[in-house]
Design a protein around this ligand. Structure first.
Ligand code: NAD
Length: 470
């Protein structure tokens, strides 16, 4: 089927009304769950082939994540879809006001390669639950996962979800179609292409983008535990996680203590030689390997002012980059763009205030992580910074709290999803007002406006209010 035929077929299913009943939506979610259970091994093998992902990590961060999201959605969907009552102002009563959630139509989901199963199917869970049909475009950079999705999704979700495989040409064709929502996860450069294409049809977009997610750490915390948490969040999936800690800010003293503990934490996670650990992933392709190896080499150059703490070994043949920690200064190459690999720079600042100023001087992060037991420091980060998420004491894990919205702000994206937030994203919030024709209380405001009506309007219907100065 051509791209045009695929989108047209998705629209035919949507306009038939099939997707509206709650039972259909629950049926699709359960079918997706069944697919994940029946073909968990196929998806796990594909994740190992594309990214060297360990089966336990594949379950934790992809398949199990999805089954948990499905279970949460199945449990709450009926309640989420109930019309939401709104208060009617006195002047309009008697009347009944509600917000009704309408499905949007055909949703396009474009996914990246780093969590290729999760990031295609998690938005689809929300889109189906909200009563839409979906065209999914997996990333061509994770070919085994793309093939597995194209093989199994149509078998379990026939009519509800179609998969279009391919790269830029196919995505470009999809973006030329008239769609009702585009949900894109990936980098900001393509995000701009997606938004420009969407503008032609006034199609709403959700952009789940990336960028540098900072960590701030001070000496008030248990450094051994903090190092383990940071190493876990950073080196999972070989650093190719949109919410991975990108770099660490701290005072000289705090970073010296952290630098002492991180090698130990890495050793605990992956053993003395991570290249032998099945739990440690590989770079997605030669280009990604070359980019990270190049950044490392340039910052470890004698004149660059950087100092290696641990790691640094690379192997082009297996696209292996050792978990690496190094001290750099704020002008280092590693500090320009999102690293998206297993290299963790430590950057010295004089204080928490300086760290906040550093973060606020750059693009708004997707996530910000603070390790401090100082209530004042926590308060300052909460009140003085803006990021998609702010976590204390743990990186990455906010994704698995289904009631928390997941999304960026500014350069890290727009819109949000997960759980009920997905339903809100993939629905039109329709205002419904129902006022009986009798008694006709509105006759009080119909023209002609005599002096009595003028008084009524000014005093009761739309009264001018004064606020006291505090
Ligand atoms: P990618 O290269 O797989 O691209 C993502 C999608 O965009 C793919 O489906 C691809 O086919 C499509 N695409 C690429 N070029 C295109 C073009 N010119 N026109 C139309 N479509 C095009 O993935 P990526 O962008 O390298 O992913 C990594 C980035 O994604 C990082 O910045 C990361 O932080 C971010 N990310 C964000 C999230 C999030 O949830 N916010 C999650 C994962 C990754």
């Amino acid at each position: 089927m051509s791209v045009q035929e695929t989108v047209a077929a998705a629209r035919t299913v949507f306009t038939s009304g099939t997707t509206k009943p709650l039972a259909w939506r629950l049926g699709q979610l359960k079918a997706m769950n069944q697919m994940l259970l029946d073909h968990g091994d196929d998806f796990t093998a594909a994740l190992a082939a594309d990214l060297g992902k360990h089966p336990a990590e594949a379950w934790l961060t992809e398949l199990g994540f999805l089954t948990a999201d499905i279970a949460h959605t199945v449990k709450h969907l009926e309640g989420w879809l109930r019309p939401r009552r709104a208060t009617v102002p006195l002047a309009l009563q008697p009347a009944r006001a509600t917000t009704v959630l309408d499905p949007l139509g055909v949703v396009l989901v474009i996914a990246p390669w780093n969590y290729p199963i999760q990031l295609l199917l998690a938005p689809i869970i929300g889109a189906l639950a909200a009563g839409n049909t979906v065209v999914g475009k997996p990333s061509e950079m994770a070919p085994a996962c793309s093939a597995a999705l194209a093989r199994w999704v149509p078998e379990y979700l026939d009519g509800a979800v179609s998969i279009v495989e391919g790269g830029v040409p196919e995505t470009t064709e999809l973006l030329e179609e008239r769609l009702d929502h585009i949900f894109y996860t990936g980098n900001g450069r393509v995000g701009r292409i997606v938004m420009a294409a969407a503008a032609k049809n006034l199609t709403p977009v959700t952009l789940e983008l990336g960028g540098k997610s900072p960590v701030y750490i001070d000496e008030t915390v248990d450094m051994v535990a903090a190092a383990r948490r940071i190493a876990w969040g950073k080196f999972m999936n070989a650093g190719q996680t949109c919410v991975a800690p990108d770099y660490v800010l701290g005072t000289d003293a705090a970073l010296a203590r952290l630098a002492k503990e991180l090698p130990e934490a890495i050793n605990d996670l992956y053993g003395p030689d991570p290249s032998h650990s099945l739990a440690y992933g590989r770079m997605i392709n030669d280009g990604a390997f070359a980019r990270i190896a190049g950044l490392l080499a340039s910052d470890l150059d004698d004149d660059a002012g950087s100092a290696l703490v641990s790691g640094g070994h690379t192997d082009a043949a297996t696209r292996y980059i050792e978990p690496t920690v190094l001290h750099v200064d704020a002008e280092a190459q590693l500090m320009v763009d999102e690293i998206f690999g297993p290299v963790l720079p430590l950057v010295t600042v004089g204080s928490a205030a300086e760290a906040i100023a550093y973060i606020n001087g750059r693009d708004k992060p997707l996530s910000l992580y603070v390790f401090s037991d100082d209530a004042g420091v926590r308060k300052d980060f909460t009140e003085q910074t803006s990021s998609g998420a702010l976590n204390f004491g743990v990186p990455v894990a906010h994704l698995s709290v289904p009631e928390l919205p997941f999304g960026g702000v500014g350069e890290s994206g727009m819109g949000r999803y997960h759980g009920q937030h997905s339903i809100d994203t993939f629905s039109h919030h329709k205002a419904v007002l129902d006022k009986p024709l009798s008694p006709d209380t509105l006759s009080l405001i119909y023209p002609p406006f005599g002096s009595v009506k003028k008084q009524i309007i000014k005093r009761f219907v739309a009264p001018a209010r004064k606020f006291r100065k505090d």
